[in-house]
Design a protein around this ligand. Structure first.
Ligand SMILES: [Fe+2]
Ligand SMILES: [Fe+2]
Length: 162
């Protein structure tokens, strides 16, 4: 890879995760097992995405601006806790094969959509602008060492590697 564009890479990951979630929603009434597989990909991928941001991406911004405990990344970190709580509420439903998860799905989408929009329109472009190419590439290399959540189990099974 010659350059690592945060905006492109992370926005693409948002889109891919959205796709897994849509698959889960469209399949759950007709093919629960397939829906569950899509949910596992969504959950483990979202957990990895949050780890990439909190452990690697946000510190680039925080180190350069000195804004850590307040500022945009502090808000994003706080929203990640809301996203995780909403994600686990759906996970509990999926684990129990409870199809009535529409309120939990709506709650997750409400926080996730605005969160992703803010990252894509404000934070990612700011990071691409502020952080030099070499440091962005180094961050990309470090991201490879954060595994997907494959070591943890989901719904009683180990999720497939992505
Ligand atoms: Fe985020
Ligand atoms: Fe994100």
């Amino acid at each position: 890879m010659k350059d690592f564009n945060v905006q492109d890479y992370f926005s693409h990951d948002h889109d891919e995760l959205d796709g897994f979630f849509r698959d889960f929603q469209s399949l759950k009434m007709t093919d629960f097992q397939a829906a569950q597989e899509s949910f596992k990909k969504f959950r483990s991928g979202l957990q990895r995405h949050i780890a990439w941001e909190e452990q690697i991406l946000f510190p680039l911004f925080e180190d350069l601006t000195g804004m850590k405990d307040m500022g945009p990344t502090a808000v994003m970190r706080e929203e990640h806790r809301q996203i995780e709580a909403a994600l686990e509420a759906i996970h509990a439903k999926v684990e129990h094969r409870d199809l009535d998860s529409a309120p939990q799905e709506a709650a997750l989408m409400e926080v996730l959509k605005f969160h992703n929009d803010k990252e894509e329109t404000i934070l990612y472009p700011a990071i691409d602008h502020m952080v030099g190419e070499k440091d962005r590439l180094a961050a990309y290399e470090r991201m490879k060492h954060i595994p997907s959540d494959a070591s943890k189990t989901c719904c009683g099974h180990t999720p497939p590697n992505r």
